[in-house]
Design a protein around this ligand. Sequence first.
Ligand code: ADP
Ligand code: MG
Length: 229
Amino acid sequence: TEEFLRYNESLSMIGELSAGIAHEIRNPLTSIRGFVQLLYSRSKMNRELHEIILSEVDRINSIIGELLLLGKEMPSELADCNLAGLLGQVVVLLNAQAHMTDNEIVMHSDLDSLLIRCAVNKLKQVFINVLKNAIEASPHGAEITLELKLEENAAIIRIIDTGPGIPAELLHQIGAPFFTTKSGGNGLGVMISKKIIHNHKGTLQFKSNQPVGTIVEITLPLLHELQHT
Ligand code: ADP
Ligand code: MG
């Protein structure tokens, strides 16, 4: 528990700090974006260069967006939510992306309804982050499985893919701020997801899906007081 508390404390410090910095960076970045577009329309600036600059600026902006989220306080929108329904929604949402690479997310659950008191949009963010990672890791044409089960007094959610998996020596780094193995990645999704799940007194773990693939296992207690960061 002491370790957990220290972990949580450092997370919320990172949250506050990064939200502050992110806010300061966003304004000049907006100016830069505007002026680059002005330059392009007024001069004969190379079109390809212009697009590279804009896409890089947009990438910084998306990182900043996530940093700002990180600093947001938790208990904003607590509600009783049907976890099965929420997961179903996210699956529909992300199947649009999955279908582009011929992948399919399939949900397996015997439960039509599983009520949980939670910050609905935060949990939604977690499932989106984790499913996105699963899609990004999957080979073309592969299926991604989403399981929902009830065990004791906790909901167990497993996201199972058939991608390359995570090498044992990298496992402990997953979820560290900015740790990414993707060329366009920002390495914040897992960190943010873990923070949100911990605030719900749950756990998020990566497991190997031998011989190939990854299982992300999320447990969420059904009865709990939410942790205020
Ligand atoms: P990003 O997706 O921007 O890289 P994340 O925090 O979401 O950042 O993920 C961090 C890293 O964790 C990824 O770059 C990848 O190396 C690893 N990872 C996460 N999910 C999976 C998965 N399902 N299969 C393989 N690697 C994964
Ligand atoms: Mg990600």
